[in-house]
Design a protein around this ligand. Sequence first.
Ligand code: GLN
Length: 401
Amino acid sequence: MKSHEPPVAQTGAIDSACQQPAGATAVLVLADGKVFWGMGLGAEGEAVAEVCFNTSMTGYQEILTDPSYAGQIITFTFPHIGNVGTNEQDIETITPSCRGAIFRVDITQPSNWRATRDLDTWLKSHNLSAISGIDTRVLTRLIRDGGAPNGCIAHHPDGKFDLEALRAKAAAWPGLNGMDLAREVTCSQTTKWDEQRWDLEAGYTALTDPEFHVVAVDFGAKRNILRSLASQGCRVTVVPAETTASEILAHKPDGVFLSNGPGDPAATGIYAIPMVQELLTHKELPIFGICLGHQILALALGAKTTKMHLGHRGANHPVKDFTTNKVEITSQNHGFMVDKTSLPANVEETHISLFDSTNQGIRLKDRPVFSVQYHPEASPGPQDSQYLFKRFRDLMAERRK
Ligand SMILES: NC(=O)CC[C@H](N)C(=O)O
């Protein structure tokens, strides 16, 4: 037995040694029968999903509202979540898509001048169930060693739980492999976006003199990506995930942006790959992809994507940019990756993870097309990678010439 193996390990059946403590109002049951008792937060009810962890120390509201977490329950490894409450600005989308959240300690009274609601009330308002009092170190080690499991959170204030039924629900959940979730979180109609990034003095301001027009394909786009594009002088038209290439080109864009998003890129690719392939026939058109957008671009170019053991989710991941030889600290949230050995000859690997050497960026050798696996909009996270939005802008400026 490895020293870090969790003491609750039991496979296949409910861990009968794990007695319900007095006062427990919630439980996390994994598909293999591991049981974690705790206190319920947010909405009463049950949620089944893949259980992943995020190591960021700040930005829980941005993480909880990142649409890429659809189909996932997020374990926060940082113990104190909720202390600054929630507000109306630090959101990546209005309605969160994650299925639930797992915390180490109970939520305290919010202490921040911007807070409008405490996290518990906010979770309830979005019908999200959460659990606190979980030994998140044990759970995180278990995910690290065994990969992200499927699990079920149940929050019942009466303290009555059918553990076997919860385990069966978790085991029956099909898993993210092969799941297209972008269609569930994309916008329903074409909209305009011109709000810029947050400024301490001015807050979010509208863009006044746009220089470029970007069509952003919304597979579950984070707002800070759209804000970052606007801050580079781009008027952004946001289109639904299933928009065709000719509909996109009818907007006469200077460049096309492929957004982040949830689920398996190969499943999303059914409609997105032909769209990107058709865009690629327009040799002058700048294209920029982030995360799911990166994976879809790689698939459209003939590369493969695979599910990772546990993925990358945090705000301190070092990435090397081979085009400058600089290392940047990045914000990440992905569970699939581009198989770098499958990249065709006309595609160059531009970025790698310095944690595990996995692919983090590509560009075409003969076109103004590039993408990254991580999150340069950094919401939450370090700002090192903002230069990528400028790189996209420079490609659009170059095309104009
Ligand atoms: N943030 C994202 O766009 C995630 C992409 C994809 N759903 C993955 O998990 O790898």
